[in-house]
Design a protein. Structure first.
Lengths: 264, 173
């Protein structure tokens, strides 16, 4: 299929709309998580971890730029990466609810990072076989970076989980706090189904198994307990967010909205 | 089809070779001892039938802040040598690998005090291990990793146990 072709039939239009939304979901999850990690700059417990978190943020924002540029082209209304990042409101953001959760302490940031890293490993791996060559190329590049993001987050998960009684208590508590957002990671809706039928995205349900195995292994190494799953229908990827996203966007979008078109 | 000069050096192959030679002198903005061709980020140079030059550039990391500066430097260098009609194209696939750093680039890195990427990245499995990195100053293999992250996305932070000096290691990816 040609992504920029003007949809002619109703089925084409539906596929095109799902395609755009799917790319925005990936983009916004990376962008919002990157923005969160950026809040750590100058505040992390050690200089090395400050650099590490900033490095992850840089990669995530870089991935978001590639994806947002593509989304803008798919949309075909002349919006570039900046217009999409800075001039949309919270209900138009399609990120996973987990990505927008506050940093909390270092342990909570690590747990959030690790949960999304393990999810991105599965999703990007699957997307390298996408029928959409552009998406496959972005995923192939992002996958290399996600592998060392995961090495960083699961390394810290093990050090904190199998560390002191205090670090263990905190990281287990963070896991309990954030686990409730994980059902959204693999809950397929009509957009996901449309994409997997078209060969553009992997089947989400199939990825859940690989994710679960990885999560079990990492939790085992960290001597942490997997919390019980209480499915609650979070719908960040449908634009329905927790109370935290609006505050994040206010900070992220303040300058370009206050001084439209400002340049360095 | 436009032939701008009767001289033979305006042929496509000659123009491409000339562009490569110009690009060999464009430094990487973050590690200026390396040229962008040493780094392996120039993927192709092609002169089309209309005489337009196409240069394929690949970013090292998705978020590498040097990417924009590199595009500007490439354009400026080619223009300074009379190649004004240049189309810069972003190449994402296959993703950049530290395997593409040239032998000359590796030698320049060591001389500059940065340990070059150690192993060939042929499988994801190799990315997970931590290879022994020799100190670029005293060549001792007795080094330890302080952090996988350093001053730029492409470098990790190491320390040598023999000479006691910290150093950067150009990561394998």
């Amino acid at each position: 299929m040609s992504p920029r072709a003007t949809p002619v039939t109703e089925a084409d239009a539906a596929l095109h709309a799902a395609h755009l939304r799917y790319v925005l979901r990936l983009a916004d999850t990376s962008l919002v998580l990157g923005q969160r990690l950026g809040e750590w700059v100058g505040h992390a417990p050690e200089l090395e971890e400050d650099l590490g978190l900033a490095n992850l943020a840089l990669d995530l924002i870089g991935q978001a730029r590639l994806l947002l540029t593509y989304a803008g082209e798919l949309e075909g209304r002349g919006r570039d990466e900046d217009a999409l990042a800075f001039l949309r409101d919270a209900p138009e953001f399609m990120n996973l609810t987990l990505a927008e959760q506050p940093n909390g302490d270092f342990g909570q940031t690590i747990v959030r990072q690790w949960l999304i890293d393990t999810w991105q490993l599965q999703v990007y791996e699957g997307l390298t076989a996408s029928s959409d060559a552009r998406l496959a190329a972005i995923a192939g590049k992002a996958l290399k970076e996600t592998r060392y993001h995961h090495r960083f987050s699961c390394g810290w998960l093990a050090r904190l989980g199998d560390g002191t009684p205090e670090s263990r208590r905190r990281v287990q508590r963070a896991l309990g706090e954030l686990w409730r957002f994980t059902p959204e990671l693999f809950a397929a809706d009509e957009v996901d189904e449309h994409m997997s039928r078209a060969g553009i995205a992997p089947v989400l349900g199939d990825l859940a198994r690989g994710w679960s195995i990885q999560v079990e292994a990492d939790l085992g190494a960290a001597t942490l307990e997997r919390p019980a799953t209480h499915p609650y229908p979070w719908h960040g990827k449908r634009g329905v967010h927790s109370e935290h996203l609006g505050h994040l966007l206010a900070e992220m979008q303040h300058l370009p909205r206050t001084y439209p078109g400002a340049r360095w | 089809m436009s032939v701008r000069s009767p001289a033979g050096d305006t042929g496509a192959a000659a123009r491409e070779a000339r562009a490569w030679a110009i690009l060999e002198d464009v430094p990487d903005p973050e590690i200026p001892v390396l040229s962008i061709t040493d780094l392996g980020i120039v993927r192709y140079v092609r002169c089309d039938a209309d005489g337009q030059l196409h240069v394929g550039l690949t970013p090292t990391y998705s978020g590498c802040p040097a990417t924009e500066v590199i595009r500007q430097s490439v354009r400026a260098a080619l223009q300074a040598h009379g190649c004004a009609d240049v189309q810069l194209e972003e190449v994402l696939s296959p993703p950049w690998s530290s395997d593409w750093v040239s032998a000359a680039g590796r030698a320049k890195l060591t001389a500059f005090g940065i340990a070059p990427p150690a192993t060939a990245v042929s499988s994801p499995r190799q990315l997970r291990g931590t290879p022994r990195i020799a100190c670029p100053r005293c060549a001792s293999p007795d080094t330890e990793r302080i952090s996988e992250f350093g001053s730029t996305p492409c470098k990790a932070h190491y320390r040598c146990a023999s000479c006691g000096e910290p150093f950067d290691y150009f990561k394998c990816i």
